[in-house]
Design a protein. Sequence first.
Lengths: 112, 288
Amino acid sequence: MTLEELLRDLRDLEIRLGSPKVQNFFKNQPEEIRNHFVSFRLEVRFLVGKLTNAQLERIANKLDELSADLNQGINDLRSQIDALNDAVAITDTLSRVLGLAARFAVLCSAVL
Amino acid sequence: MMRQAHPTVAVLVVLAAFATGCASTEQYSRFAQAGTVYAATVDRLLVTAGNTGIDANSEFLLQADKKKNLTAEHYWKLSNVDEERLTTISRLRDHARLLARYFVLLNELATSDAPERAQQTIKGVAKSLNAFGTQLRRSKLVKDKEAFTSVTKLIIGFRIRGLLREELDKNKDIIWAQLETQEKLLKALAKTIQHDLTIISQEREQRLVIDPLTESAPVANPDEWVAHRRMVLTSRRSVAELATASVAARELREAFEDLVAGRLHLKRINILLTDLESILAIAEMIDR
């Protein structure tokens, strides 16, 4: 039986134990039986909680394993965006340098 | 004019041929947006799962205390379970934020205005080159400035598509593994919340509706009793509606597979976004 199957069965059981029909039945029982019933329900509540936590923790552990690769993917994207912006910035600088060079050329030809 | 147009046309034809079968930047952008909304939805459901878990235990303890005098030990047994869950949820929220960061950057690359900025700066370069040429040789170096700047914009645009394609080829297995695991998380969260809501509904119905009604004395506050009964019965609708969460998780993974194959339809993304929005609305209603 897998964790998921066990969790599913325990959850079904818990819902049946909490149904109005079952709760009202035990409400009218002697104190000792009522106490046993409550203890049993508490135990089931506890087990459902623990198994749910185990399921979520397993997923968190899997995501931990994958996070290094995802971080690398994020760094790759940042580098590509930066490179793209740098290329545009370089072109912008080139434009300004050429603009200055052209003005310099004008000045030189005027002098000559 | 025709002789000068030919090289430009040839470049465009080659680039167009290259681009056939590849996803457009719009497809990448829309997928990335869906991924961001998905990560936000997972985050919201994680918060909801923490709250409903705590409330389910609270309601259970209240009802159990009516039938059997509970001790501090009983309280701590369930409270420790809540604390453990909150710790794991915090870890899972960190992962959701990391995934969101990836999608935000993917969208940033896909919607980069670099082509437009490059077009503007290249105009400046062309102008400067022509000023240079006029001074040096009495002729312009860049004869067809319009074609020069248009091709530049196209080249940068295709470069971005190339980068997106490279990114996908390099990291598709990583993203697929992430989405597959996130799908399992979303399914687990939906089932957890559904179950806890059912427990809360059962215990509240017993505490607020059935017990007051079945006691020997009449219901003390009828209007309040009516409101409680309505709250209990309508809350069960949220339980059923959460089933769409599992569907949304699968839809995102399938959309990613389509993006990789270059066949993503934007309609698919729109349907996914609608599903994610309704899940967010349900989560907000539950937490109210």
